[in-house]
Design a protein around this ligand. Sequence first.
Ligand SMILES: [Zn+2]
Length: 131
Amino acid sequence: MERSSSSLWRKIRSRYDLVGNECKNCGSNYFPPRVVCRKCGRKSKMVEKKFAGDGEIYSITRIRVPPDTFKDEAPYFIGVIKLKEGPMVEGHVLENGIEPKIGTKVRLRFRKMYVEGDEGLIYYQYKFEPV
Ligand SMILES: [Zn+2]
């Protein structure tokens, strides 16, 4: 059961890949993707770009009182990650024995996000792991 819903979600790129875009006119990167480059306006040349998922923690918060969706996971960390390509991304930060703090290097991981309803539909999304 878990395997089949996993393969379903792996097909939906934005759920697990960091697909944003790049302006070929000036080199600016965006996530989520923008229609028009903030710097170039009408001269924008936007092309899809997949980010590697390497970055560092820009800010970090420990969630002790979560929304119902994540009640089984608390406490957990939510961070704003500055990708090496520039964009900022918010996401869960996994605990692996390395203390997640500002400046900690992280890498993208694909993880189970939460289980919905009595039928146990499993959602997947990217998370970040300290390295
Ligand atoms: Zn631009």
